[in-house]
Design a protein around this ligand. Structure first.
Ligand code: DOR
Length: 454
């Protein structure tokens, strides 16, 4: 079946679309890949009789229907690191996590620093991808931090922003020049803030545990020094700077102040920085070897940081939740903690983890969904097409059961990256189906009546 054949009626679910302030029980009708009706109850009328008879019906009673999630930050690893992930496996994992649009980072091999490399990824995504892939182009050639890429050429090739993510841009002069150009091009700088003179050699948050284990710590200041620098540069240049994976209380305070002063800054936080602390995962580090699957950059921080990050989501200082899905091979992680790669495979656990904040009353459901849908869409200027459920728009829809309990088993991941710190954890809340651009791209096994397209 191709996309144009699909007529789908999703009925009886709770439609939550924060971008339009919708929260109601209702139905959604999809034909030709587009949403044609969203309403309380879609009933047969002379004009719709034919369509409704042919429609595949999806009973979403007890479930939440929302716009497909938009992820501003993931690593699909192709080209160059296909042992960790491919566009095919990564987008399957994204679909299983409820994501219908993902922005992929440029730290591939070769990196996405030329229009040709960007074209290659786009073509591959059209051939192999299950969800929409929007590439991010490098700021510096080869991600070396020395000279700018052809940012105008990358923009023409269709990148949604610029980033050397995985590494910071240390040189202020280069960053300022990048901001001036990105401002002219109307695209954001997606900013990995890390002062390497402070973080170099660090493998975990600097604190009690790094002292106790003798492992080198990464202080909060390593992030905050560069956040501060880049907010000042953004203020001066007018560039839209999007601070990636904010992890510290101090960064939240800096961004809040900059916003109040009118700096054009947006920001994202990852699920793991909202849910995990170093203490929650490792305890005092004496009982068992440290889990390399929780080694991530920036590192897991503290309870006080989590509190500030949640506060930032609530008062709008942090616009989006982005997974920073960073799949790695077993060889990259099955080693000494100090040698293991940084990163967490995040697509398939994101929703289940984040709903914990809702179940515990720390975040409202509509706010959580807003940070996964309309707000990230706005950061990349796609808010008229993505992140909302509206007639005439492409059907990008996520259906989830907020109460379904399940146990994380990375062997079941579609992602090649089995590197999750949640292995064996019980989560409450599960994606049941994902519809991307009018195609059913994921259905949970327990919902056999509705088969996904392959
Ligand atoms: O933990 C991380 N992994 N942080 C980054 O900034 C890069 C990423 C990766 O590419 O593995």
């Amino acid at each position: 079946m191709n996309r144009d054949d699909l007529i789908l009626l999703i009925h009886g679910g709770r439609i939550v679309d924060p971008g339009q302030g919708i929260d109601q029980i209702g139905d959604i009708l999809i034909t030709d890949g587009e949403i044609v009706q969203v309403g309380h109850t879609i009933t047969e009328s002379p004009s719709s009789r034919e369509v409704l008879r042919e429609a595949q019906h999806l009973d979403a009673t007890g479930m939440i229907i929302c716009p497909g999630f938009v992820d501003l930050h993931c690593h699909l690893r192709e080209p160059g690191f296909e042992d960790k992930e491919t566009i095919s496996t990564g987008t399957r994992a994204a679909a299983a996590g409820g994501f219908t649009t993902v922005c992929c980072m440029a730290n591939t091999d070769p990196p996405l620093d030329t229009p040709a490399a960007v074209d290659w990824v786009k073509r591959r995504a059209l051939e192999d991808g299950l969800v929409a892939v929007l590439p991010i182009g490098c700021i510096s050639a080869g991600r070396m931090g020395r000279e700018l890429t052809d940012m105008a050429g990358l923009s023409d090739a269709g990148v949604v922003g610029f980033s050397d993510d995985g590494d910071p841009v240390a040189d202020e002069h280069l960053m300022r020049a990048a901001m001036i150009l990105s401002h002219e091009l109307g695209l954001p700088i997606i900013d990995h803030c890390e002062d390497k003179t402070l973080s170099s050699g660090g493998v975990m948050n600097e604190g009690r545990l790094s002292t106790a284990t003798g492992l080198r710590g990464i202080p909060a200041a390593a992030e905050e020094v560069m956040v501060d620098r880049d907010l000042k540069l953004a203020r001066r240049t007018g560039a839209q700077v999007h601070i990636a994976h904010v992890s510290t209380r101090g960064s939240v305070a800096l961004i809040r102040r900059a916003r109040e002063e009118g700096t054009p800054v947006t920001a994202e936080v990852t699920p793991h920085h909202l849910i995990l602390t170093q203490d929650r995962i490792y305890g005092d580090g004496r009982e068992k070897p440290l889990d390399t699957n929780a080694k991530v950059n920036p590192p897991l921080r503290t309870e006080a940081d989590i509190e500030a990050l949640i506060g930032g989501l609530k008062d709008g200082v942090i616009d989006a939740i982005a997974t920073d899905h960073a799949p790695h091979s077993a060889a990259d992680k099955d080693c000494d903690f100090s040698l293991a790669a940084f990163g967490i495979s995040g697509f398939e656990t994101a929703l289940g983890c984040l709903l914990d904040l809702v179940h515990r009353g720390e975040l409202e459901l509509a706010r959580l969904l807003s940070k996964l849908t309309c707000e990230p869409a706005r950061v990349i200027g796609r808010d008229r097409q993505l992140g909302i459920l509206k007639e005439g728009r492409p059907a990008n829809i996520t259906i989830f059961d907020p109460d379904r309990q399940w146990t994380v088993n990375s062997r079941d991941f579609a992602s090649r990256g089995k590197n999750t710190p949640y292995q064996g954890h019980n989560l409450k809340g599960r994606v049941m189906a994902t519809i991307a651009n009018g195609r059913i791209v994921y259905v949970d096994d327990s919902w056999p009546s509705c088969a996904p397209l392959r």
